[in-house]
Ligand binder design. Structure first.
Ligand code: ADP
Ligand code: MG
Ligand code: ZN
Length: 476
């Protein structure tokens, strides 16, 4: 039997507010355990939560960026369960009146565009973190993360392959980071994904029973976990057995998923409206004000770069991977007036060096102005493209201006015809056997002579003029 996978993803994104959602404690990651806590986030009796307005603003940004309808009245709900990482015994979340619903994002897949529906986005608080001693039968709890603001973004079951799932996650991640509302760090848990997957016979309309996968901390692992789980379910179905609806944990080192617990149902949580918090009423004016503050999103930027600068879609994709990179490219493209050259240098040499030195775009030692100056110097013939590579290296090391480097190192291109003619004469004289072969019809040797001239001038000869002179001399 041939099966079709059906995938829906739930993403938890930590919002980049300075303080927690219902108290003034810091959200900073990596502090001394339990140092960012107070009676509110520790769930002491008698305390009252006070909503952080920034949380709502950031959540609205994401809702607008994913084409959702925003509900004007938002209700907070208590989701009840007992676990040591949850000091109140309930999590403040949203249930039947979430922030936003009915959105979508677009994916570019193999040349076509596919929309993935967003079922809902709601706000909630994070739980604490349990740390289990590897040797002793002891567990520790750190409440620093308790009450850190999250949004949960639930997709429709619209994806049909692990690749589509991973692509959806990358795009969602990209939007959150572009909006500067989430740092997107998957290892620190700022961006977490639960993946739901089921199989159905090809052509069937009704969905099969799903399992929910947890504990994947990279895009690649989400894809691997889905691939494994699809194979596992297929095996179960082929054996005539039924898939059990359950939560399964991904084990990265084994490359397998294991059953963790039966799937809980919504009624297990005894949701009810939180009596300590009034509904949040969101005005149309506020929504429009936030809409006006949204930056250009990655997809729009990509399309604009292709149209405005005439660069290939591939380049546009690479160059819009982050806002900082896109801004850098755009400055170089405008200042140099050579977008394709700007794209080549930024994608090739600049990104190569950043990766090699493990630097962020923000830490790049070369300024956009300096790179566009260098492109200008290639364009006006002061240096060759080859010498420019050396100049770039030196710019990276010393952060000096290209002009300064060229003067200091005497790298100015030789464009003086008589000087080049003298070099060419020398080269032809010293390579008389090759010259003879060339004259007998071995045309390919033309490149060899050019190479020798470049070598003799340490790459400083203007290749165009060398070609012209050589052509003339060799046709005699
Ligand atoms: P819960 O909160 O209990 O996990 P939801 O109904 O909110 O349940 O659904 C969670 C996710 O599961 C959604 O992203 C949805 O698209 C996905 N989903 C629902 N049914 C299926 C299915 N049969 N196969 C794959 N994914 C599914
Ligand atoms: Mg779920
Ligand atoms: Zn607190």
């Amino acid at each position: 039997m041939e099966y079709e996978p059906v995938i829906g993803l739930e993403v938890h994104a930590q919002l980049l507010t300075k303080t927690k959602i219902f108290c003034g404690c810091s959200t900073r990651f990596g502090a001394e355990p339990n140092s960012h806590t107070c009676p509110v986030c520790l769930g002491m009796p008698g305390v009252l939560p006070v909503l952080n307005k920034k949380v709502v603003e950031y959540a609205i940004k994401m809702a607008l960026a994913t084409n959702c309808t925003i509900n004007s009245s938002n209700v907070w709900a208590r989701k009840n369960y007992f676990y040591p990482d949850l000091p109140k015994g309930y999590q403040i979340s949203q249930y039947d009146q979430p922030l936003a619903e009915h959105g979508y994002i677009s994916l570019e897949l193999g040349g076509s565009t596919k929309r993935i529906g967003i079922t809902r986005i709601h706000m909630e608080e994070d739980a604490g973190k349990l740390i289990h001693d590897e040797i002793n039968p002891v567990s520790y709890v750190d409440y620093n993360r308790t009450g850190v603001p999250l949004i949960e973004i639930v997709s429709e079951p619209d994806m049909r392959s692990p690749e589509e799932g991973a692509e959806y996650l990358r795009r969602l991640h990209e939007i959150l980071v572009y909006l500067e509302i989430c740092d997107g760090n998957m290892e620190e848990g700022s961006f977490r994904c639960d993946a739901n997957v089921s199989l159905r016979p090809k052509g069937e309309d009704i969905f099969g029973t799903r399992t929910e996968l947890k504990n994947m901390n990279s895009f690649r692992n989400v894809q691997r976990a889905l691939e494994y789980e699809i194979k596992r379910q297929q095996y179960v179905l082929d054996n005539g057995d039924a898939v059990v609806q359950e939560t399964r944990l991904w084990n990265d080192s084994q490359g397998m998923t294991h059953s963790m617990r039966g799937k809980e149902e919504a009624h297990d949580y005894r949701y009810f409206p939180d009596p300590d918090l009034v509904p949040v009423v969101i005005s149309g004016d506020w929504i429009e004000e936030i809409r006006g503050s949204l930056p250009e999103l990655p997809l729009e930027k990509r399309e604009r770069f292709i149209k405005k600068y005439g660069i290939p879609p591939y380049d546009a994709g690479v160059l819009t991977a982050s806002r900082a990179l896109a801004d850098f490219f755009e400055t170089v493209a405008i200042k140099s007036g050579r977008p394709k050259l700007a794209s080549n240098w930024v994608m090739g040499d600049l990104l190569g060096h950043l990766n090699e030195d493990k630097l962020l775009m923000e830490e790049c030692p070369i300024r956009a102005q300096a790179l566009s100056d260098m492109i200008g110097l290639i364009e006006n013939g002061t240096i060759s493209g080859k010498i420019a590579k050396d100049v770039f290296e030196e710019m990276w090391r010393s952060a000096k201006d290209p002009k300064e480097i060229i003067e200091e190192k005497g790298l100015v291109q030789i464009t003086d015809s008589s000087a080049l003619e003298a070099v060419i004469d020398q080269v032809l004289k010293h390579n008389s056997s090759q010259l003879e072969d060339y004259r007998k019809g071995k045309d390919k040797l033309f490149g060899f002579f050019v190479g020798q001239v470049m070598k003799a001038t340490k790459g400083k000869a203007n290749p165009k003029i060398v070609n012209e002179i050589l052509q003339k001399k060799l046709s005699k």
